[in-house]
Design a protein around this ligand. Structure first.
Ligand SMILES: *[C@@H]1O[C@H](CO)[C@@H](O)[C@H](O)[C@H]1NC(C)=O
Ligand SMILES: *[C@@H]1O[C@H](CO)[C@@H](O)[C@H](O)[C@H]1NC(C)=O
Length: 315
């Protein structure tokens, strides 16, 4: 189970880094070893394998995730993952017979052009948002770093400009990769809710989050992507950060079965429905691409509905 702390500074998603991906991917689709030559990943702390740590290198105080218990159970040292162990992306890589996906930031130009990223490259950064920070700031929401999905796509295109000699080579690389677009978008809501935005304020830019993710998918397909995995949002009403921030004396606020906050989980569900609608639209637009929705919401709900089946840390 993931590292945890009572501090609200903790990214609420750090409780979610667990091997549930097999449960969450579309049942029509099986990840099979040998299907893909590499993994290209965009996202936030759910997928960050070291980019955020690199960005924090020059800070006076090392970030919380640079210390144990982060990394303690599997790697035995902090790796920049927002977990004590492996992330979903690590389990995906292992099941595909690929190396764990290396972080893009911190690599030098030679590494970028050589073997390091041939079997995978990860642009995900803890705290990253789908929307650009200027857009969010305009909505009164301050992102902890300036990394958006657009920033990450920019890094990807920059890397591609030297990684392959011919555009067709780049296209083939992307085509034979499993492309993870997210989880991303959750922080657009986390940063806002945890800094006192109202539900209505946050809802006002949900369509913008969806269309940003959709545009990124389109762009990646134009660049050659043929298989894309897009996770939805987690049940935010079950996260410790939200349970603390939105503590309420009225029992009606909570789901009696799980103790999760109803209105926040409803928010996640509605967002996930809109995201899936958009993915459905994209499947019709690009019939030759395989666009997979990963249901993180229901996968994670199992920890709250049947904690006894999922380890001792729930007691
Ligand atoms: C984000 O970008 C703005 C504008 O460029 C800059 O003023 C700010 O310092 C940046 N914040 C971080 C955390 O890098
Ligand atoms: C949110 O509201 C609380 C309580 O009023 C306040 O202490 C806190 O500073 C606010 N946070 C932000 C980011 O405005």
């Amino acid at each position: 189970m993931a590292a945890s702390s009572s501090s609200l500074k903790l990214n609420p998603w750090s409780t979610a880094a667990i091997a549930f991906f097999l449960l969450v991917i579309n049942h029509n689709f099986q990840i099979i070893e040998g299907c893909f030559n590499s993994i290209i990943s965009f996202g936030d702390s759910l997928g960050d394998t070291g980019n955020g740590l690199h960005l924090s290198l020059n800070k006076i105080h090392p970030p919380h995730f640079a210390r144990q218990p982060y990394g303690e159970t599997f790697f035995h040292h902090p790796t920049g993952r927002f977990s004590d162990g492996r992330l979903v992306i690590d389990f995906i890589a292992e099941s595909l017979g690929l190396p764990l996906v290396p972080a893009y930031l911190g690599s030098n130009i030679d590494e970028r052009n050589n073997v390091k990223f041939r079997q995978g490259v990860n642009f995900a950064v803890g705290g990253a948002t789908a929307l650009d920070s200027a857009y969010l700031l305009d909505k009164g929401v301050r992102a902890p770093n300036n990394v958006s999905l657009g920033t990450q796509l920019g890094w990807f295109k920059q890397m591609m400009s030297t990684f392959c000699k011919l555009p067709s080579e780049c296209k083939e690389f992307v085509q034979k990769s499993l492309v993870l677009v997210g989880e991303i978008g959750g922080n657009d809501f986390n940063h806002a809710f945890l800094a006192n935005s109202t539900k209505e304020e946050v809802e006002s830019y949900v369509p913008a989050v969806i269309s940003t993710i959709s545009s990124a998918i389109k762009e990646l397909i134009e660049l050659g992507a043929s298989t894309l995995l897009i996770p939805g949002d987690l049940p935010i009403g079950c996260s410790t950060a939200y349970l603390t921030k939105f503590m309420h004396s009225d029992k009606e606020h909570y789901d009696p079965k799980t103790g999760c906050i109803n209105w926040l989980n409803k928010f996640s569900q509605q967002y996930n429905e809109l995201l899936q609608k958009e993915l459905h639209f994209l499947r019709e637009l690009y019939p030759s691409a395989t666009i997979i929705y990963a249901d993180y919401y229901n996968a994670a709900m199992q920890f709250y509905t049947s904690p006894k089946s999922h380890g001792k840390y729930y007691y």
